[in-house]
Design a protein around this ligand. Structure first.
Ligand code: AMP
Ligand code: GLY
Length: 428
C-alpha cells in the first residue's frame, strides 16, 4: 500500500524508518518530512494542517493509508476531514477523531473524562474570566507548589508550577485576563501537585482493543539534573526500570483499560496512539496528561523496540482487526539522546552544517528532528532539536555508552546535549 506520514520531527523519522521496512509498504511519502527521511521515502512540501493540499496529494499519489504524527492536525480534525470528504473517505487514517483529540486539546475535557471514568489523576478546578474570583480560595485550599495549566494547546509551554500561593494568584490572572498563552489560557485548570517520578506509557488502539507499546522515560528539562527550562524532550530510556510487572498491572487495570473502555462507552471514535503521561505517587500510578499521539523523543526509543510489522499493526487497528494481530516487542533496552541547537529552548540559530554523520557506527541509529538539505546539498540544522541518537543493549547503561560514543562523531556549531540521560535510573 502507499503510505503517507504527516510530520517532520524525530518521531516521524522513527515511524518512517520502521514503516519503510514493512513488506506491505509499496511507496512511502512524508509531509513535510526532513533530511533524515528523504532516504526512507519521498518528502512532500506540505504543511500538516493544510488539509486541502493533503487531500490533493492523497488523490494524486493514490495514498491508501495516512499515519498522523503530531497533535495539531488531529486537534484540528484531520480524521473527520478525511471521513467527511467523499473522494478520500475510504483512505484509512491512523489518528483519533477531532472529539478524541480533545483529550490533548483541552485539559479540562481530559479531566472531565478522567472523572467520569474514575481514572486516578490530580484533583482540580477550572477557571475562566467568569469565575476567576473563586480561584484564590481554591488555590488557598491546596498545598504548595501550585500547578496552573492553560486549557488549550500552548506548544508544550502552557503549564506553570509556582512555589507560592501569591505567585499562583498573580499568574492565573496573567493567563486568563492577560492572555499569557493567547486563547489557550482563557480557561485555566488549577491542579493539586503530585510528587513522584514520571513515565510515559503508550497504547495503539482501535477504540475498543489495545496493544501496549514499551514504556519510556523522557527528560524534559534543558539542563543536567533536570534543571532549567522545559524543552520538547532531551532524551529517553525504554523500558522504564521501575515499571515492573506489578506496577504495569496497576497501570493497565486502573488507567489504560478504563481509558479505552471510556472512549468506547462515550462513543468517541478513536483509532490511534494514546500517550499516557503518568506519575508514580508512592506506588500508585496517576495520570498527569493524555496526548493523542506518540511522544517525541520517546518514539525514537520505543519504536525501534517493536519487532512486529508496525505498518500491519497500525493498519489493522483502522480495520478493527487489532485484537487478532500479533505484536512482539524486542526485550533489549533502548535509549535516545537528543542533540539540540545552542540556545534552545530559547532563541537559537539555524542553518549550521552538520558533519560526521557518516562516522556513526552500526551500534546507533540517527533519527533527524530539525534538519534540512541546503541549496549546496549539505545537511543543515533547521530547528531546536536537531538529531536523536538511539542505541540498543541488554542493559540501558551500555546503550547510553554507545549513543554518547557516537555523538562524539557528530558536529555542528553550538551543538548541545544532556550528558546525564538515564542517570536517575541507575539505582534501579
Ligand atoms: P503537562 O503538559 O500536563 O504534561 O505538564 C508538563 C509537566 O508539568 C509534566 O510533565 C509534569 O512534570 C508537570 N506537572 C503537570 N501536572 C502536574 C501535577 N499535577 N503535579 C506535578 N507535576 C505536574
Ligand atoms: N516528550 C514529551 C512529548 O512528546 O510530549
Amino acid at each position: 500500500m502507499n503510505v503517507l506520514i504527516l510530520g517532520s520531527g524525530g518521531r516521524e523519522n522513527a515511524l518512517a524508518w520502521k514503516i519503510s521496512q514493512s513488506p506491505l509498504c509499496t511507496k512511502l511519502y512524508i509531509a513535510p518530512g526532513n533530511a533524515g527521511m528523504r532516504t526512507l521515502g519521498e518528502n512532500l512540501p506540505i504543511s500538516v494542517t493544510d488539509f486541502q493540499a493533503i487531500k490533493t496529494v492523497v488523490i494524486e499519489k493514490k495514498i491508501d493509508f495516512v499515519v498522523v504524527g503530531p497533535e495539531d492536525p488531529l486537534v484540528e480534525g484531520v480524521y473527520d476531514f478525511f471521513k467527511n470528504t467523499p473522494e478520500i473517505s475510504n483512505v484509512a487514517v491512523f489518528g483519533p477523531s477531532k472529539e478524541g483529540a480533545r483529550l490533548e486539546g483541552s485539559k479540562e475535557y481530559a479531566k472531565e473524562f478522567m472523572m467520569r471514568h474514575h481514572i486516578p489523576t490530580a484533583g482540580y478546578k477550572s477557571f475562566t474570566a467568569e469565575n476567576i474570583e473563586h480561584a484564590d480560595a481554591f488555590i488557598d485550599s491546596l498545598k504548595a507548589p501550585y500547578v496552573l495549566k492553560a486549557d488549550g494547546l500552548a506548544a508544550g509551554k502552557g503549564v506553570l508550577i509556582l512555589p507560592t500561593a501569591e505567585d499562583a494568584k498573580r499568574e492565573i490572572r496573567e493567563m486568563i485576563l492577560g492572555q499569557k498563552f493567547g486563547m489557550a489560557s482563557t480557561k485555566v485548570v488549577v491542579e493539586e501537585f503530585l510528587s513522584g517520578i514520571e513515565l510515559s506509557v503508550f497504547a495503539i488502539t482501535d477504540g475498543k482493543n489495545y496493544k501496549l507499546l514499551p514504556t519510556a522515560k523522557d527528560y524534559k528539562r534543558i539542563g543536567e539534573g533536570d534543571t532549567g527550562l522545559n524543552t520538547g524532550g532531551m532524551g529517553a530510556v525504554s523500558p522504564v526500570p521501575f515499571a515492573d510487572e506489578a506496577f504495569m498491572k496497576k497501570i493497565e487495570d486502573t488507567i489504560v483499560r478504563p481509558t479505552i473502555n471510556g472512549l468506547y462507552a462515550d462513543g468517541i471514535v478513536y483509532t490511534g496512539f494514546v500517550f499516557f503521561g503518568l506519575i508514580n505517587v508512592e506506588g500508585t500510578p496517576k495520570v498527569i496528561e493524555y496526548n493523542v499521539r506518540m511522544g517525541d523523543p520517546e518514539t525514537e526509543a520505543v519504536i525501534p523496540r517493536v519487532e512486529s510489522d508496525l505498518l500491519e499493526v497500525l493498519y489493522a487497528a483502522t480495520q478493527g482487526n487489532l485484537k487478532e494481530t500479533a505484536f512482539k516487542i524486542d526485550q533489549r533496552a533502548t535509549v535516545t539522546v537528543v542533540l539540540v541547537s545552542g540556545g534552545y529552548p530559547e532563541a537559537y540559530e539555524k542553518g549550521k552544517v552538520i558533519t560526521g554523520l557518516e562516522n556513526v557506527d552500526q551500534n546507533s541509529i540517527v533519527f533527524h528532528s530539525g534538519t534540512k538539505i541546503s541549496e549546496k546539498g549539505d545537511i543543515e540544522t533547521a530547528g531546536g532539536r536537531v538529531l536523536c541518537v538511539t542505541s540498543y543493549d541488554n542493559d540501558f547503561r551500555n546503550a547510553l555508552k554507545k549513543s554518547y560514543k557516537n555523538i562524539e562523531n557528530i558536529h555542528f556549531e553550538g551543538v548541545y546535549c544532556r550528558k546525564d540521560i538515564g542517570q536517575d535510573l541507575m539505582k534501579y
